[in-house]
Design a protein around this ligand. Sequence first.
Ligand code: SAM
Length: 313
Amino acid sequence: MLEKLFRLGYPKTFAERYYKLWGERALSIVQAMENPLPRCFRVNTLRIDVPALTKLLNKKGFQFKRVPWAREGFCLTREPFSIASTPEYLGGLLYIQEAGSMYPPIALEPKPGEVIADMAAAPGGKTSYLAQLMKNKGIIYAFDVGEERLKETRLNLSRLGVTNTILIHKSSLYIDELGIEFDKILLDAPCTGSGTIHKNPERKASRTMEDVKFCQNLQMKLLEKGLSVLRKGGILVYSTCSLEPEENEFVIQWVLDNFNVNVNVELLPLKYGEPALTNPFGIELSEEIAKARRFYPDRHGTSGFFVAKIRRI
Ligand code: SAM
């Protein structure tokens, strides 16, 4: 079994970790990441409604099936030519987005009129979904440190007709300088991306445990900062596209153990995915953590990712 993981290009440390976490299933998880993900898109309801766009695309020969957890999400089963070259795409009627990436904005349940922070926004896939669910009403403060990625975000938001978002080119570790208490916060955290090997196969070999530790440290700091500017009763959704418990369950456990205001982990609004791990590597975590979800490439046909909903009480 370990031999097979080595042959697929995983170094010893990660092969052994995955075997400890998932036993024989580790192979199906990594094997699923050898195949490309289906191309999926989200109807941009700021510009068109779902039936109108699906009709337009069907007429051009595109076929697709629904993303189970996203009313506006579809994955292509027939793409006669690149959907990115259609006037529908260029005119901002749709956004190409991985099915898994549609889940965190839905989990946050944003409402028109709310004041929301997106702490790691570029290139804007989730920000624009939040704006769409808010019907462009209320306000989103969207942070990112990547200058080029922010340029792309600006183009995406403008193509999609998003008008309720302020882009801020700064680390969201400084979010408190705005002096705002947020109703809701999305922290789609920077991570090692070990659930996205389909797109980035070089990460199998290039990623190290130092990278995992580095990301964990940043994730904890961002989460601590985010919770400090969340109003009482407010919700923070934390997500990553990493498979590593250190970037997921252990970060949430750290919040439960160390944070100086009270927080609860809550059930997500949609029951997709699998419960998060409560005993990774034999380390016992709070049962509450099982309320967070994991999506796996082998069972859910998505990148590997993790989503947790935290309420400040
Ligand atoms: N939410 C985005 C989307 O759906 O399109 C993807 C975000 S990506 C997973 C993580 C982002 O975090 C990267 O764009 C990276 O530039 C940004 N980032 C890293 N450190 C940051 C920090 N300290 N403050 C804000 N953004 C940061």
